[in-house]
Design a protein. Structure first.
Length: 488
């Protein structure tokens, strides 16, 4: 291959420039290729070609130089911009680091203060708990000391009684011996030994009916009791000073059914539902007392189911049965949904302690209750609202005892616009609950400082559910603790 020159081959001329063919001659002329401008010509002029080549080289060199200069200038600009922004970024990072350092230092100080506060709180809480435990321990020690003192005194008293009876028995035996030695015919000192004692057998169940101006309802109530399938129970009617002829009606009814016992307050005055209920309980002789208000009535096998349940569960102390609403009031749907809700609650909590749930009454009528008589006699009957005597009793009884739900027995609860609770309905019972809690705290000997704290809360805030439920938890905890220690 030629480095520089002309080659003729097959009537074709080819020019080389640094070994690269530049153009060829054909019959019609020449043309340039390999990165050069295409054109044709008829004759070869080497000098002109060389000039053109040189010019092209110079132009190419200038183009490359300009391009390199531009690229260098852009790179310098980029470098300058980079240095400028790098400096700004360094300053920004320095400021950020300084700010973060200050914030970290402030945060460290706050953490230190929080740790100090937490430590102080823990010390205060520990001191408070220690003081409270010491007070409770002191009270328990006092109770233990009192118990031991009274136990010792009782043991001494029993020993003295036993000694006295022993000496009296010896004297009696000596006297009998003397009499037998004097008498020709020895007599047996135990006269009528084989005769049986004639005493009235106590009933298992007494039913108390309190009456006040329900003459047109009490007939159905009493008929539902005398027509019970199980007959061996006691019926007691207490009238609370009725003025609608109820007393005459009851007396006429008793003529036909003389086993019914009838009582009134002295001079036939009105003393209210709590006093009448209390009188009926005092007059009852049964181990259990059930209630049927004078506008309600029972199914004919009601007593049979109650007695059967007590036989299967002799430990039962509080019994409550199913209710059907006989609704003639304007609040029909309200009462029926309320009764369904109470049934569901009592079935879920059968044979459980429900005291902590009794910020609401889940046993809406006395007519569906059967309770051991001795427990009722130990209760307070001075209800804050007399129409809620049933709820007043439930909260006292359920604090210490479980509830039993008898689903087979049915009470028909009559609701009408003349009902006692309808006439004196109270929407807000916070004061009632507060008064009942105060009674319970007094009866279980709640420490005076805790009762003072609660009274202070009442003075600062109107009684509300949160405070009342907190009280109930404190009362239940103290009772549970005393129960575990065997104090109650």
């Amino acid at each position: 291959m030629k480095f520089f020159g002309i080659e003729i081959k097959d009537n074709t001329k080819c020019f080389y420039f640094f070994g690269v063919p530049v153009y060829k001659k054909f019959k019609k002329g020449f043309f340039i290729y390999r990165r050069f401008l295409f054109f044709t010509f008829s004759e070869i002029n080497l000098n002109e070609l060389y000039d053109r080549l040189l010019n092209s080289q110079r132009y190419f060199h200038k183009f490359q130089t300009d391009r390199v200069n531009k690229v260098s200038e852009e790179l310098l600009n980029l470098k300058s911009l980079y240095e400028t922004r790098s400096g700004a970024l360094s300053d920004h990072l320095a400021r950020v680091e300084s700010d973060h350092g200050a914030q970290l230092e402030s945060l460290t100080e706050r953490i230190g203060e929080s740790e100090t506060n937490l430590l102080n709180s823990q010390r205060y809480f520990h001191k408070f708990q220690t003081d409270r435990v010491n007070k409770v321990s002191e009270e328990l020690l006092n109770l233990k000391s009192l118990y031991e003192t009274r136990s010792g005194a009782l043991s001494d008293h029993l020993a003295r009684v036993e000694s006295d009876y022993s000496s009296q028995f010896d004297i009696l035996v000596g006297t009998i011996g003397k009499i037998n030695s004097i008498s020709r015919t020895p007599k047996n000192p135990f006269v009528n030994r084989n005769k049986k004692n004639k005493s009235v057998a106590k009933k298992l169940l007494s039913v108390v009916v309190t009456s006040y101006n329900y003459k047109h309802y009490i007939g159905a109530t009493l008929m539902s009791l005398v027509n019970q399938s199980f007959k061996d129970f006691e019926i007691i009617v207490v009238d609370d000073g009725s003025t609608d002829g109820s007393v005459d009606f009851i007396k006429e009814f008793i003529v036909e059914y003389p086993d019914i016992k009838f009582y009134q307050h002295q001079d036939g005055i009105n003393k209210g539902l709590p006093a009448s209920t209390r009188l009926g309980i005092e007059k009852a002789t049964g181990k259990y007392v059930a209630f049927c208000e004078s506008d309600d009535y029972w199914e004919e096998n009601h007593v049979e189911h109650i007695v059967k349940y007590i036989g299967l569960h002799p430990e039962a102390e509080l019994l409550f049965n199913r209710i059907n609403v006989v609704n003639k009031s304007s609040l029909k749907d309200t009462y029926e949904s309320y009764v369904l809700e109470t049934h569901d609650f009592l079935m879920r909590n059968n044979i459980k302690n429900i005291f902590l749930s009794l910020s609401r009454n889940y046993m809406p009528t006395l007519s569906a209750a059967c309770i051991r008589r001795d427990l009722l006699l130990a209760c307070d009957f001075n209800s804050y609202h007399p129409q809620y005597i049933d709820f007043w009793l439930w909260r006292q009884l359920c604090l210490m005892h479980s509830i039993h739900f008898v689903s087979d027995a049915v009470t028909y609860w009559r609701k009408h616009d003349e009902s006692y609770d309808m006439k004196q309905n109270i929407s807000d019972i916070s004061d009632f609950l507060m008064a009942n809690n105060q009674l319970l705290m007094q009866r279980i000997s709640m420490p005076w400082y805790r009762r003072f704290e609660i009274l202070k809360l009442y003075r600062l805030n109107k009684p509300n559910n949160e405070i009342i439920e907190s009280e109930m938890k404190d009362i239940y905890k103290l009772v549970d603790l005393k129960r575990k220690l065997g104090v109650v």
